[in-house]
Design a protein around this ligand. Structure first.
Ligand SMILES: [Zn+2]
Length: 267
């Protein structure tokens, strides 16, 4: 019997095209599986943040931590800030003064700073932990998540008033929502954008804060936003005072002022 050595060109091409076909069939399934796994880690991060806030509250007569974006005049700024000089009155605070950090109140309860970062978010600044725990003047960062405790106020698109969970009993109708992924509509400087922690298909880049540079940036940016009424088709996670975390799609969320989206069922 006579054996050939090796493959003919045709055989080789057939084998290569079969492999290419298999890869093209498997790749979407793999990337879908990876996204699902990351969505689960995101929910787990939020649950750990909820547990941290709950423990803080148990140790402090039922009070929630003060929100770092809470200004001295009673108003609030950006809800994903992790460090901020709490008594400054301008949007970003006085950059040259030592600032407060959420770590001051929460460090004992949330030791792993990684839980502030969604695995579906953009690459993390390497100084993230240092900036969170021990910020220098001019250091500044965001979490991937918006935190709503401390009475964070918003007026919603349907006219309802949102008040984040607080220990202030005068504030009736407080929400049960404590935390959620960032999904916001940003009018910016003439350029309508979405800032999101979960990357959409048309997100093009990582947000770079015009004031602070990349240090602050934990969001993807979708630059082709048309109106605040048409959010990207992504799912977000959100966590509540009873420590449950749920997933919400585009039709289950609502915008507040500042363009921040939260679940419609924030009560
Ligand atoms: Zn997330």
């Amino acid at each position: 019997m006579k054996f050939r050595k090796g493959f003919t060109l045709i055989e080789l091409l057939v084998v290569i095209s079969i492999i290419a076909l298999l890869v093209s069939i498997l790749m979407p399934a793999l990337s879908k599986a990876r996204e699902t796994a990351r969505m689960t880690v995101c929910a787990s991060n939020q649950r750990q943040l909820l547990l941290g806030v709950t423990e803080y509250s148990a140790d402090n007569d039922g009070k929630f931590p003060r929100h770092v974006a809470h200004r001295a005049d009673g108003s609030f700024s950006w809800p994903s800030y992790l460090n901020y000089y709490v008594d400054d009155t301008s949007r970003h605070g006085n950059l040259s003064t030592p600032r407060g950090s959420m770590f001051n109140a929460m460090g004992k309860y949330i030791e792993d700073v990684g839980v502030f970062l969604c695995p579906l978010g953009p690459p993390t600044n390497t100084n993230f932990e240092k900036i969170y725990k021990d910020p220098e003047p001019n250091d500044h960062t965001n979490a991937s998540y918006n935190s709503w405790w401390g009475g964070f106020p918003m007026t919603m698109a349907d006219g309802r008033k949102f008040i984040g969970p607080t220990s202030d009993t005068n504030k009736k109708g407080q929400a049960k929502l404590l935390i959620s992924d960032m999904l916001s509509f940003w009018p910016g400087s003439g350029n309508l954008q979405w800032w999101i922690s979960h990357r959409s298909k048309s997100a093009t880049k990582q947000e770079v804060d015009p004031v602070f540079g990349n240090n602050t940036s934990m969001f993807w940016v979708e630059t082709n936003a048309i109106s605040a009424n048409d959010p990207p088709d992504i799912k977000i996670n959100a966590g509540f005072v009873d420590c449950h975390v749920s997933r919400y799609g585009k039709d289950e969320i609502i915008a507040g002022n500042g363009g921040f989206y939260i679940p419609q069922e924030w009560k």
